[in-house]
Write a protein that binds this ligand. Sequence first.
Ligand SMILES: C[S@@+](CC[C@H](N)C(=O)[O-])C[C@H]1O[C@@H](n2cnc3c(N)ncnc32)[C@H](O)[C@@H]1O
Length: 261
Amino acid sequence: MDEVPPGINPHIPSVARMYDYYLGGKDNFASDREAAEQVLALVPETRQAARENRAFMQRAVRFLAGQGITQFVDLGTGLPTQGNVHEVAGKGAHVVYADNDPIVLAHARAILEDADRVSVVEGDLRRPDAILDHPETLKLVDFDRPVAIMLVAILHFIHDADDPQAIIGRLTARMAPGSYLVISHACPTSALSKDITDVYRSSMPGIRLRTRAEVLPFFDGLELVEPGVINVAEWRPEVAGELVALKGLGDYLVGGVARKR
Ligand SMILES: C[S@@+](CC[C@H](N)C(=O)[O-])C[C@H]1O[C@@H](n2cnc3c(N)ncnc32)[C@H](O)[C@@H]1O
């Protein structure tokens, strides 16, 4: 990317732009590529993990659409790439995207063609009510009806000091019965976890890898959909042969979907 949009510091790696680089996108700067290459040198499968994460998100949205969900709030949207939530959810669905990285906002607004049913909100997950009460959100989402709240590859950027459990509690408190929560989360897999955490320390906002056991309580009070919290690659593969295991990585990214009764 040559041009630097206003409000963006291209010299500090951003997790949104690093993720874009893993996925083969062009919306990244030298600092992002350098940090991402350091992670790739430690765990070359990171690109594959990013693709598996996107595929999990898309399968989850298709599953939810099949359950009759027509409202989605996607927190930590990332830079637009292929198969965004509104493209998978179906023509009638309302989708609100939120992210705290100005570069995501600049790009997402440019591609959103259908303002009647899709919107992008600047917001920080650490202040969840501000996102849910944003006028753009309330224009599209009726919280008295079932909604899907998506936390896909974002919670590992929320540190313990910011109390992710309490943030999720704020979100689920607003969900009507029959709503769903979707989470995917990066896990410490090996002796390399400390090195990966060190690379991300140079980025905004750093990373907090959590084990599956640490991720499970994020679904407390909700009913987990089968097969529960599992390697994202193994969550309801749709066609035989689709399941591509993250070779040698174990549970690098786990994910799950749960319903509010
Ligand atoms: C790895 S990307 C995931 C993108 C997309 N959800 C996906 O899974 O393909 C994480 C995104 O979360 C955003 N993010 C990180 N911390 C955030 C916060 N506190 N509030 C809102 N967005 C945040 C980043 O800017 C980035 O766009």
